[in-house]
Design a protein around this ligand. Structure first.
Ligand SMILES: Nc1ncnc2c1ncn2[C@@H]1O[C@H](COP(=O)(O)OP(=O)(O)OP(=O)(O)O)[C@@H](O)[C@H]1O
Length: 263
């Protein structure tokens, strides 16, 4: 697995500069599913002040990998994900995300809207001219990937939170989305469901090299399921690359805070 981080003189981990010649750029983006370059995002307060939320965030995620976006509460994870999803326009910087892409909401009730599981997963396919058989095939395959094949006829109202999230992910897979942007899906789930949903994403990626997922979380223990990670603090990407290295980095950071507090 590739790692993109280098150590700066200040000790922080930075992205290497990207070559801007068009031929090299084409090679770089070939296997990159998600890329943000120098992204900033700010809002205007009621007093007319500019409030920066993201500052100069850069990240690159290779195709076919499962990455996590971590950081303390309020550091800007959801905002960065929404910028990558195209739901928010960056104030500065550039975004490249392979298409089709899908943003899966934190609260599955915002996304799972149809009466049955089968109808919900098929919902997004309405815009393509597919035969009934093709729709059935895609729905079954997507539900199988998230471990919900036996729930096709179930009423969505009777599903648990974790099952609804899997149905929402299946909807994106059925549309052959190349990129899944998943916003803190485990927030409303118990521990068993949390791991179930993570494993469902993992196995859906493993069954197709084409799908890339970026998963927002603040749970460090979820990193063991990831190929890579992006760590943010105060609206900035502090580090990104191999998941084990990011985990070690965060642990060192946390223990140095604890030492400071105790000294
Ligand atoms: N529209 C907005 N107006 C004002 N402040 C905002 C707006 N959107 C986000 N913020 C602020 O920007 C910061 C980052 O918010 P964001 O939701 O992206 O953080 P997060 O890392 O996802 O947080 P959490 O882990 O708590 O969900 C927070 O301080 C939030 O209050």
């Amino acid at each position: 697995m590739s790692s993109f981080t280098t150590l700066s003189s200040s000790g922080s981990l930075l992205l290497p500069p990207l070559n801007s010649t068009s031929s090299t750029r084409a090679n770089v983006t070939e296997n990159i599913a998600i890329e943000g370059r120098n992204l900033s995002f700010s809002v205007k307060t009621k007093q007319g002040r500019t409030l920066p939320i993201l500052e100069d965030c850069s990240l690159r995620i290779p195709s076919g990998q499962f990455w996590m976006l971590l950081g303390p509460n309020g550091c800007g994870k959801s905002t960065l994900l929404k910028v990558l999803a195209g739901l928010l326009n960056p104030t500065n910087g550039n975004v490249f995300v392979k298409r089709p892409k899908s943003y899966v909401f934190q609260n599955p009730d915002h996304q799972v809207v149809m009466p049955t599981v089968e109808a919900d997963v098929a919902f997004g396919l309405g815009k393509y001219s597919l035969t009934r058989e093709e729709v059935k095939f895609r729905v079954s395959k997507a539900l199988d990937a998230v471990g919900m094949l036996n729930y096709q006829q179930r009423s969505t109202q009777t599903l648990s939170g974790g099952q609804k999230q899997r149905v929402a992910i299946a909807g994106a897979l059925a549309e052959a989305c190349k990129v899944l942007l998943l916003d803190e899906l485990t927030t409303f789930l118990d521990e068993k469901d949390q791991v179930g949903v993570i494993k469902a994403v993992r196995s859906s990626l493993d069954s197709s090299e084409e799908v890339t997922a970026l998963w927002v979380t603040h749970r460090l223990e979820e990193l063991k399921y990831a190929d890579g990670a992006v760590y943010m603090e105060d609206g900035r990407v502090v580090m990104h690359g191999d998941a084990t290295r990011v985990m070690d980095f965060i642990k060192t950071r946390q223990s140095s805070y604890i030492t400071q507090i105790n000294s």
